[in-house]
Design a protein around this ligand. Structure first.
Ligand code: SAM
Length: 214
C-alpha cells in the first residue's frame, strides 16, 4: 500500500471505523483508479473531490461509515444510489453478494462502468435512483450517496425485512445521515452523523435546478 493510502487507513481507524471487513475492503481498492487525473495527488485525503459534471467522490470517512452502518456480512443484495465514480459501489461489492448501483448522469454511468469493469458482482444502471430499482427489489441494504429532503418512500418499499437503509436527509446544504431499519414490519430511524452531500435529484428527491446544470 502506498504511504498516502496507509495514512488514509490510519485516519479511518482514528475516526472510529471498526468493522475489519470495511477496513480490508477499503485497503484493497486503489482509490486513484476512480478519479480524474487532476485530483489524483489528493485522492487519499479525507475530503470529497470533484469527478466532473458538478459531482464528487465521497470523502473516505463517509464511505467507510456508511458501509459500516449497513452491517453487511457477505450474503446481501445491495442497492447503491448515486454511483458517481463507482468507488463506493466497489467497496460495497467487496462486502456483499451483489450490488445494483444507479446513477442519473449518463456520462458518469459510462465512467463508473469502466472503473468497475473487473467487478463481476456489480451492475451499474443509468436512471433516477430516488425511485429505486423495483425490478431488482427487495434489497437487504440500500446506500444513498446523495442528499434528499426526505426518505424516498420507494426506497423504504424496496427494502427487505429485515433490511437497513442509510441516507443523508436534510436541506440542500446540510443533512443528517439517517439509518432506517425495517424489522418485523416496523420502521425505525436513528441519526448517525451530520453530513454534507450533493443533492439527490429526482422524482422522490429534489427537483432539478440551475445548480445541477453547471
Ligand atoms: N458514491 C459516489 C462515489 O463513490 O464516487 C459518489 C456519489 S456523489 C456524492 C452523488 C452522486 O449521486 C452523483 O454522481 C449524482 O449524479 C448522483 N445522483 C444524484 N441524484 C441521483 C438520482 N436521483 N439517481 C441516481 N443518482 C443520483
Amino acid at each position: 500500500m502506498n504511504p498516502a493510502a496507509a495514512e488514509m487507513m490510519e485516519q479511518l481507524i482514528h475516526r472510529g471505523i471498526r468493522d475489519p471487513r470495511v477496513l480490508d475492503a477499503m485497503a484493497g481498492i486503489p482509490r486513484e483508479n476512480f478519479v480524474p487525473e487532476n485530483v489524483r495527488d489528493t485522492v487519499y485525503s479525507d475530503q470529497p473531490l470533484p469527478i466532473g459534471y458538478g459531482q464528487t467522490i465521497t470523502q473516505p470517512y463517509m464511505t467507510a461509515l456508511m458501509a459500516e452502518l449497513l452491517e453487511l456480512r457477505g450474503s446481501e443484495k445491495v442497492l447503491d444510489v448515486g454511483t458517481g465514480s463507482g468507488y463506493h459501489a466497489a467497496v460495497l461489492g467487496k462486502l456483499a453478494r451483489r450490488v445494483v448501483s444507479i446513477e442519473r448522469i449518463p456520462e458518469l454511468c459510462v465512467m463508473a462502468r469502466a472503473n468497475l469493469a473487473q467487478a463481476e458482482n456489480i451492475t451499474v444502471l443509468c436512471g433516477d435512483g430516488s425511485l429505486g430499482v423495483p425490478e431488482e427489489a427487495p434489497f437487504d441494504a440500500i446506500s444513498v450517496a446523495a442528499a434528499s429532503p426526505h426518505t424516498p418512500p420507494a426506497l423504504i418499499d424496496q427494502l427487505a425485512d429485515p433490511g437497513i437503509l442509510v441516507i443523508p436527509v436534510g436541506s440542500r446544504d446540510q443533512q443528517d445521515l439517517r439509518v432506517v431499519r425495517k424489522q418485523n414490519g416496523t420502521i425505525t430511524t436513528r441519526l448517525a452523523s451530520g453530513c454534507r452531500f450533493v443533492p439527490l435529484v429526482g422524482s422522490q428527491g429534489w427537483p432539478e435546478d440551475r445548480r445541477e446544470k453547471d
